[in-house]
Design a protein around this ligand. Sequence first.
Ligand SMILES: Cc1cc2nc3c(=O)[nH]c(=O)nc-3n(C[C@H](O)[C@H](O)[C@H](O)COP(=O)(O)O)c2cc1C
Length: 169
Amino acid sequence: MSIQIIYYSRYGSTGEIAQTIGKKLRTNAISDIRNLKEINGDLIIIGSAIFTEVPDEEILNLLKDEGGKLKDKQVAIFVVCLRKEYLKAGDKEVGGPVYIDKMEKALGRPPLTSKIFGGRMIVAELEGEDLKRTEEFSKKQGMPFKDVNVMAKGEVDEFIQDIKAKIDL
Ligand SMILES: Cc1cc2nc3c(=O)[nH]c(=O)nc-3n(C[C@H](O)[C@H](O)[C@H](O)COP(=O)(O)O)c2cc1C
C-alpha cells in the first residue's frame, strides 16, 4: 500500500512529526501543503498545526475534496497543538477534540483514524501577529509568556499502531 503524508506547519513541529511518521511508515512521499503537486497513494495522512483554534484553511479545503482526489482513498488525520484536552470556556469550546472535529467535518466522513499531537512554541521564533497574539493571550490568562514544549515521542507510535490496527500496510 502506498502512503502519502500532507501537512501544514508554520514553525516546524508539525513538519517534524510528519517526517517521523514517514520514516516509521517507510515513505518518502511527505508534502508541505504549500508545495503539494499531486495526491498519490492509497493511504493519505493529512495533518495541520493549529493557530487561533483552527486547522489551516488549505488543509481544510483539501479535506473538503471538491475535486474528488480523496475519493476511494483511506484518509487518516492529525492535528498538532498545545491545548490537547477539550475545554469549555463560557460558550466557547476549544482543545484537540474540537480541532479534530473541524478536520472531520471538512472531510465529511469518518477518517480511518485521527490523532491529537502535542506541539511546541518557541517564543524567539514567533513572528509579527503571532508574537503579539500569544503575548496578549498569556497576559489575559495570567500565564507566563515562555517556551512550551508538549511534544511526546510515543505519540507517533500510537498513531501508527492505530492505523495498522485498521488496515494492512
Ligand atoms: C499565534 C498562535 C496561536 C496558537 N493558537 C493555538 C490554539 O488556538 N490552540 C492550541 O492548542 N494551540 C495553539 N497554538 C500552538 C501551536 O498549535 C503549536 O505551537 C504548534 O506546535 C505549532 O505547529 P508548527 O510548529 O508546526 O507551526 C498557537 C500558537 C501560536 C503561535
